[in-house]
Design a protein around this ligand. Structure first.
Ligand code: AMP
Length: 541
């Protein structure tokens, strides 16, 4: 390379460096600016994120505070009001001479004072007196007879017989009584057996052979065992309790009760508890009791102290409006532990499908379900697995479920006594609750007449029914789905029944000789009478 060429290259290089410096100088402020913008944006973003986080925290805190206040409100509402009409506030469980373990169990359940019926019945049962008590569910009557029985028979293990028999009209009520026994038995060691239909009879026979202190039973199954099994002997029963005696009579169990009275000792102690003292109950008391002490606790004409009753008036006579109104009520107003009463099993199931399609969590309780399904529904709703329980009158009568926030009457009930029973599922034993009765135009005057008899104030529910037409439209679209589901269910049921029949026929062929050798089961009522009774219950349901 020549010196002139070197000279020219180095000049180029110098010029390049100059250009670079020139552009670098030009770019520098831009770069600086970009960096500054980037930094400030970053700062701003960090600031924004920080403030969003702070906001979020604040919102969360506010939510928590609101929830806390809401809970406090609910708790405040649910604080038992020690209304002296319900509670014997001038006494306590010690004064009733119950033992320490039972008192501890009562306190564990949150029982501060005995209820009026408990204060009256416990000393009488402890003293061995016959009692005729007029008292409804929700008065604390179950504990009133269980506590003294547990006290008396809890320490007599060496004797080889059962000492007390409690008879209740339905399996649900018997189960409830058994559950109450378990709660009160937490710190004691009494024993009890639950003897109801739909549970394998062999299991019950085995339990009875261990001589539980107390047998809690429905009339049908206990008489079945008395007639057809060697595992039960009532000849040593010391105390017989007939709970909900009016219903026992209403449901046609007279023959079973007479059989029980005959099979238990004449000198037994008998306690008869009934919501009403109708003529049939009076007759039964003459037959069953010996010089009874009469106890009556009837507060607020059957309606709970903390109940607020509402009417929701629909300005038409269209049944579709009723369905749409119920949906609107559930979606907007009643979102917690609510029981919806429906007149028929068919409507009850239809609503169950409808609410299911609308993603509202609900279960159903009516006479078309198997016993297992009924008990499952009761347990699930009680435990809070579902928000709503759809029920017919008969299936849900007497059910004791804590903290039911509201009762909705889908239609007006047939009569006042049913109304009282329905709304009695909420506002139990001193708590607060509301009831809403949906009334079509034609039902309003009949319902008002019904309430007049109950002598308590009726409020108008302020609820905006503007969206009803929209919901009705939606329901129209769902109709084909509902019909399809019902059709499929009927088909499945038929298949299931055919399978059972086929299985039965196969068993008959296979075990013919053994079956023929077995003694015929004895029933108190003829098949015809049973059929008649079932029919009555069916209509009732
Ligand atoms: P019953 O009338 O037996 O169906 O009882 C109704 C409800 O009252 C049940 O949930 C019991 O747990 C409750 N209960 C019973 N005794 C008392 C009491 N002394 N204080 C508060 N609640 C009670």
């Amino acid at each position: 390379m020549s010196s002139s060429e070197i000279q020219s290259d180095s000049e180029d290089l110098i010029q390049g460096q100059k250009d670079f410096d020139f552009y670098a100088d030009l770019l520098n402020p831009a770069e600086k600016l970009r960096k500054r913008i980037q930094q400030s944006t970053q700062k701003q973003i960090t600031k924004l994120v920080k403030s969003a986080k702070k906001n979020e925290k604040q919102q969360k805190k506010t939510k928590q505070i609101i929830q806390k206040i809401k809970n406090e409100d609910l708790q405040e509402n649910n604080q038992p009001q020690y209304d002296p009409k319900i509670f014997a506030t001038n006494t306590d469980f010690q004064q009733l001479k119950l033992n320490k373990s039972l008192i501890k169990a009562c306190h564990e359940q949150g029982y501060k004072y005995p209820t009026q019926i408990q204060a009256q019945i416990i000393p009488l049962v402890l003293a061995g007196k016959d009692v005729l008590a007029s008292s409804c569910t929700g008065s604390g009557k179950t504990a009133a007879f269980l506590l003294p029985l547990m006290q008396r028979f809890g320490n007599t293990k060496s004797q080889k017989y059962s000492k007390a028999l409690i008879v209740l009209p339905t399996r649900e009520l018997a189960l409830q009584c058994y559950e109450m026994f378990q709660k009160l038995n937490q710190f004691s060691n009494s024993t009890a057996a639950l003897v109801i239909g739909a549970v394998p009879i062999q299991q019950q026979e085995a339990e009875l052979r261990r001589y539980p202190d107390i047998i809690i039973a429905t009339p049908g199954r206990i008489v079945d065992l008395m007639k057809n099994s060697f595992s039960i002997d009532l000849s040593s029963i010391e105390v017989l309790v007939l709970d909900e005696a009016d219903r026992l009579m209403e449901m046609g169990f007279e023959a079973e009760i007479k059989e029980i009275l005959q099979q238990t000792p004449r000198d037994r102690q008998t306690v008869l508890v009934s919501a009403t003292l109708k003529a049939t109950v009076k007759q039964l008391s003459l037959l069953a009791l010996h010089k009874p002490v009469k106890v009556s606790v009837d507060y607020v004409d059957g309606l709970a102290y903390g109940l607020k009753q509402y009417i929701l008036r629909i300005d038409s006579d269209d049944e579709k409006d009723r369905e749409a109104t119920l949906l609107a009520l559930l979606q907007k107003k009643f979102t917690e532990k609510t029981i919806i009463f429906v007149r028929t099993k068919h409507d009850c199931h239809r609503l169950q499908i409808l609410l299911g399609l609308k993603d509202l969590s609900c279960c159903e309780l009516h006479g078309n379900l198997t016993q297992q399904q009924r008990i499952q529904a009761y347990e699930d709703f009680k435990e809070g697995k579902y928000q709503y329980l759809l029920a017919t009158d008969l299936a849900a009568r007497g059910l004791d479920i804590a903290n039911v926030k509201a009762v909705i009457n889908y239609e007006i009930p047939y009569e006042t006594s049913r109304y009282i029973h329905r709304v009695g599922r909420t506002a139990r034993i001193g708590n607060q609750g509301v009831s809403v009765t949906i009334c079509l135009k034609r039902e309003v005057s009949q319902f008002k007449q019904m309430i007049k008899e109950s002598k308590q104030k009726l409020f108008k529910l302020n609820f905006n029914l503007e969206s009803i037409n929209e919901i009705k439209q939606e329901l129209k679209q769902l109709e084909s789905k509902i019909k399809k589901i019902i059709k499929e269910e009927v088909f499945e049921k038929e298949i299931h029944q055919t399978e059972i029949l086929a299985q039965r026929a196969q068993n008959l062929i296979q075990h013919r000789v053994e079956i023929m050798r077995k003694p015929k089961k004895e029933w108190i009522q003829s098949a015809q009478q049973k059929k008649l009774r079932n029919q009555i219950q069916e209509e009732d349901n």
